[in-house]
Ligand binder design. Structure first.
Ligand SMILES: [Zn+2]
Length: 143
């Protein structure tokens, strides 16, 4: 996902800072792993992606199809989504656990407090769960 993401996006920096403050240590953008995960925590056999909602075609209110060049964007974002799915499968097959933290969990009107996001990651890292998908608040979820 290197080509579709600046390497120091703000959501990623918030995750890095929050996890580091709790004593987690990680590698950044490890090229040896599928999709070059933003954070890799070998001790927890875990890879964390901070996904931008536009580039990764998230079904949330931060994503909107651009009004022009529809075919270009459908191919581009469709390609990114297909690559994301392939990377997740390859990581899982290699025994990695994967967390995806969406931009909308941290930015926009449905964002969560940063501490809540870090709490969720903290709990997941200490669990046996293979996958975590963390997005902004859903309709009906208490604010
Ligand atoms: Zn989103």
């Amino acid at each position: 996902m290197a080509a579709v993401r600046g390497s120091d996006t703000r959501p990623e920096m918030l995750l890095r800072r929050g996890l580091h403050a709790r004593g987690f240590r990680f590698r950044l953008h490890d090229k040896r792993l599928p999709g070059r995960p933003d954070l890799v925590l070998p001790k927890y056999r875990a890879a964390v992606f901070a996904n931008g909602c536009f580039w990764h075609g998230h079904g949330c209110d931060l994503f909107r199809w651009p009004a022009t060049r529809a075919e270009f964007w459908q191919a581009k974002i469709g390609g990114n989504r297909a690559r994301d799915a392939a990377n997740l499968a390859a990581l899982g097959a290699a025994g990695w656990r994967v967390a995806v933290v969406w931009e909308c969990a941290i930015k926009g009107r449905h964002r969560r407090p940063v501490e809540e996001v870090i709490d969720s990651l903290d709990r997941w890292l200490h669990s046996d769960a293979l996958f975590l998908d963390l997005a902004g608040r859903q309709a009906g979820e208490p604010a």
